[in-house]
Ligand binder design. Sequence first.
Ligand SMILES: Nc1nc2c(c(=O)[nH]1)N[C@H]1C(S)=C(S)[C@@H](COP(=O)(O)O)O[C@H]1N2
Ligand SMILES: [Mo]
Length: 185
Amino acid sequence: MHYGPVPRPRPDRWAFTVGGSTATGHEHVFDWSDLARLPVHEIVADMHCATRWSALDQRWAGPRAADVLELAPPAVDVRYVLVFAEFGYAANLQVDDLLSARTLLATHMNGEPLPHERGAPMRLIVPHLYTWKGPKWVRGWNYLTDGSAELGFWEQRGYHRRGDAWRQERYAYQEDGPRPGEPLG
Ligand SMILES: Nc1nc2c(c(=O)[nH]1)N[C@H]1C(S)=C(S)[C@@H](COP(=O)(O)O)O[C@H]1N2
Ligand SMILES: [Mo]
């Protein structure tokens, strides 16, 4: 379930880019072989779409987002990231959510390579958040300083900044405090 057509990225042009407020101030560009060298982890997790359905006990495998974060760390004051995918889809997450040992850049699902429509070659899986926080066809992330925080596709359309599925954080009106860029009070 997604917005727009299914992209078929060319492997020779594929790159994973970590930019924005990095610790060094430089953008990090990884190609497929760079990420394929990272240890592969497997998790079993439920998927919770905020609007429709849940799918229980899916098996995902791939490198940890935390391992990419270690290779391309954020500047000290960074708390949020905008994770982006092909065709302009993006989701706003907390850096802490990327650091979870269960947050994967999944390349496999239920023992098979990801099908195109499920996000091949790579999608972000954050089991404790609603599934819109996991871009299919993921291509990287940008570290945001609080002052320049950008919202993703669904957060711009009234969905929650954090999106914790266990707390049922679906909509922006459930958030505490102002949104980024909104005047205080
Ligand atoms: N690139 C991209 N990723 C996306 C979406 C999308 O529209 N585009 N939709 C999200 C939403 S709302 C859901 S519920 C899941 C659906 O994942 P599935 O197609 O594997 O069931 O993908 C998420 N990731
Ligand atoms: Mo969804």
